[in-house]
Design a binder for this molecule. Structure first.
Ligand SMILES: Nc1ncnc2c1ncn2[C@@H]1O[C@H](COP(=O)(O)OP(=O)(O)OP(=O)(O)O)[C@@H](O)[C@H]1O
Ligand SMILES: [Mg+2]
Length: 220
């Protein structure tokens, strides 16, 4: 029997990744591997491509070249309904615009996220998560009636509801004061470690750089 076990495969791997919005400006990204459960900060000045990179990782944009492998799956090779299902199960997204559906209650936004990922709708899981994030009393409210901090917690609940191996957050703290920055960071890290997920945060907020295992610096 072979005593050496193979190195665990990384939860995220970027290889020779490039993207062109079609205006002649080619964005190129450094190669990177994030071991399962480790957290990574994507840093760089405004316009360097941080949000673009998160969209490429989530399969919301198709690379011009190179590839993105997430939980062992080439994301750039998936299309249509299989891409949507894969994303729903493997990626939790917390973007700057929170994209909660205004016509649905807080609880229904979370139930929809389960349904879209092909998971059974589980009200107990929804209630438990809202409880833990301190917004259970707003479960029947519409997103437009929440404070910004409450809406951000609901967006975080939606991102983690299917226990994805990767949580992507775009500038989660850039509009917050120091106290709220620490609190949002604590919530993201607590939810990630609860399910063993890797947290990937894009930001130009240098206040949070020391809270991460790995850093990926993008050049201007
Ligand atoms: N939809 C788009 N069409 C054309 N160009 C775009 C589009 N979105 C972004 N860009 C350009 O691509 C580059 C990278 O943008 P991106 O939003 O990824 O940067 P960023 O690092 O997230 O910036 P910020 O810190 O300001 O959020 C910029 O030059 C931007 O102008
Ligand atoms: Mg951005």
């Amino acid at each position: 029997m072979n005593a050496t076990s193979p190195a665990p495969s990384p939860v995220l791997r970027l290889e020779r990744l490039r993207f062109d919005y079609g205006d002649g400006q080619l964005l190129t990204f450094p190669d990177c591997e994030v071991p399962a459960g480790q957290h990574c900060l994507i840093l760089g000045p405004s316009g360097c491509g941080k949000s673009t990179l998160l969209h490429l990782i989530a399969g919301l944009l198709k690379p011009t070249g190179g590839h993105v492998e997430l939980a062992g799956q080439r994301v750039d090779a998936l299309r249509g309904a299989s891409l949507d299902r894969f994303r729903g199960r493997h990626v939790g997204l917390v973007f700057q615009r929170l994209h909660l559906l205004p016509a649905l209650s807080v609880a229904d936004n979370l139930l929809l996220a389960q349904g879209l990922a092909g998971m059974p709708r589980n009200r107990a899981r929804v209630n438990e998560l809202l409880e833990r994030l301190g917004v259970a009393h707003r479960a029947h409210a519409r997103p437009d009636d929440l404070s910004f901090g409450q809406a951000q917690r609901v967006a975080l609940a939606r991102a983690v509801i299917n226990s994805p191996p990767v949580i992507l957050a775009d500038e989660p703290t850039s509009n917050l004061d120091d106290g709220n920055t620490q609190e949002v960071l604590n919530l993201l890290q607590a939810e990630a470690s609860r399910s063993g997920a890797s947290l990937i945060v894009a930001t130009h907020d240098r206040r949070i750089r020391d809270a991460f295992d790995l850093r990926l610096e993008l050049a201007a």
